[in-house]
Design a binder for this molecule. Structure first.
Ligand code: SF4
Length: 260
């Protein structure tokens, strides 16, 4: 039975009042902007089933992600496992807007416990360290982990960065066959795991990350055309380069204002 304690509202203060606060107002602003990423300290929450895998998704290594501390899009340095979003909203799937509350408040992940919007230093200090990965959760499940690891190898985002690095210049560029093959393989494997393997479709975004055909938009690829359309930066966004330190070569990243 669901504990009533889980319904305790978590409300955060309005941004303009952050500097004046020293405690949480439980306004829900943080949860409405997006969910938390998981760290190794959260492993037991997932292993015990307190937080179910079907409520999570994986940003795979190399996938363009919004770094909330640096405020830019950049390739994920490793798996980043996050809570899914509510339908048609950026809010965390565990966030109830009316009245504002976290459905797993007593068992919320580390980032949620560290986040104080009036002083984000504790979260910033832990933000990029000890990320929980799919290997941490699946490596003991031999066949499944082999499948997931093989998918990661065959659908490696670094291949897309390499293609972009090697293709500066014209605004429209055709996707190379190896990336078409990655998209096809990614889609077929999902279908196979659900239809032949009997797996819950809701698990796919955790096991295999989001469908490659959908995430290519963050690279500026059109959805079905097999082409890259030049996508000018919206006003207010700043193009930056410099993923070299992550080993992925140059990339264009954009400053954004919301949680990824
Ligand atoms: S798990 Fe709870 S506290 Fe954390 S972002 Fe989601 S709703 Fe908010």
């Amino acid at each position: 039975m669901e504990s009533i304690a889980h319904k305790r509202p978590i409300i955060f203060p309005k941004r303009s009042r952050h500097a004046e606060r020293s405690s949480c107002l439980r306004c829900g602003t943080c949860c409405a902007k997006g969910g938390a990423a998981f760290h190794t300290q959260d492993k037991e929450l997932i292993r015990s089933g307190t937080i179910e895998l079907k409520n999570l998704y994986t940003l795979r290594e190399g996938e363009p992600v919004h770094d909330n501390v640096k405020g830019i899009l950049m390739p994920a340095p490793c798996d980043i496992i996050k809570t899914k979003r509510r339908q048609n909203a950026p809010a965390c799937i565990f966030f109830d807007p009316e009245p504002a509350g976290c459905r797993i408040y007593e068992n919320r992940p580390l980032e949620c416990r560290l986040l104080r919007c009036w002083d984000t230093r504790a979260l910033e200090a832990r933000y990029a360290s000890d990320r929980l990965t799919r290997r941490d959760l699946l490596s003991e499940i031999g066949d499944l982990w082999s499948l997931v690891a093989d998918h990661q190898r065959r659908c490696d985002y670094r291949a897309i960065w390499r293609f972009l690095d090697a293709s500066p210049g014209p605004p429209i560029r055709r996707l190379p066959p190896e990336i078409h093959e990655m998209i096809r393989y990614d889609a077929c494997l999902r279908q196979l795991m659900i239809q032949k393997g009997g797996m819950d479709a809701a698990l796919m975004d955790f096991l295999l990350g989001r469908p490659l055909g959908e995430t290519l938009g963050r690279f500026g690829f059109g959805p079905d055309t097999g082409e890259i359309a030049a996508t000018p930066l919206p006003s207010g966004e700043t193009a930056v380069t410099g993923s070299a330190r992550l080993g992925f070569g140059a990339l264009t990243a954009r400053k954004k204002s919301t949680r990824s």
